[in-house]
Design a protein around this ligand. Structure first.
Ligand code: ADP
Length: 167
């Protein structure tokens, strides 16, 4: 039986912290599907198509990992993928309460699906998509926080926004 897992999230944009979790998940599962949530409550900087394309570019050398977008409940997407596990990353205790509640709710929705948590590497514990966007927006160096395609996409996106504001 193929052991398949889904890593759902906003990935707006993907950071080195996410990539570390994806690599470690790929070591534990035969296949990992990165699920990009289309309609999250947060209003994203990148469209879901942009987020998927960036992830595909960044993960192109990992044959057991694929990227898809989805809408609605994670458990429904996990079932469609014929996967039995949801991957989530845990950074600090602040992530824990929310992640615990979500994992428990997902078990209620489908008890055939388990959430597997990966504890972040210390070097990425401070890293989030939001903080990367904040640094990039103000012209700070993000080269150690995200892979080169993400750095390029962020610089371009903030240039576009700045140009738009001038017009
Ligand atoms: P969501 O909007 O679903 O929280 P994110 O893209 O922000 O989506 O995060 C997806 C998952 O990755 C979450 O489980 C989150 O805790 C985890 N994650 C985010 N940043 C890191 C990081 N630096 N190290 C490890 N896990 C992380």
């Amino acid at each position: 039986m193929i052991r398949r897992a889904v890593y759902p999230g906003s990935f707006d944009p993907v950071t080195n912290g996410h990539i570390d979790i994806i690599k470690r998940a790929a070591n534990q599962f035969d296949e990992v599907i990165v699920g990009v949530l289309v309609n999250s409550a947060k209003s994203p900087l990148f469209s879901s198509i942009e987020r998927v394309n960036i992830l595909k570019e960044v993960l192109k050398d990992m044959p057991s990992v694929r990227v898809e977008s989805f809408d609605g409940l994670s458990v429904n997407f996990v079932r469609e993928c014929k996967a039995a596990a949801i991957i989530r990353g845990l950074r600090a205790t602040t992530d824990f309460e929310y992640e615990l509640q979500m994992a428990q709710m997902n078990r209620v929705l489908d008890e055939g699906i388990d959430t597997v948590f990966f504890i972040t590497n210390l070097q990425y514990a401070y890293l989030s998509s939001s903080i990367v966007k904040e640094v990039a927006k103000h012209g700070g160096d993000i080269s150690k926080l995200v892979p080169p395609p993400v750095e390029r996409a962020l610089i371009m996106k903030y240039k576009e926004i700045a140009n738009g504001q001038q017009n």
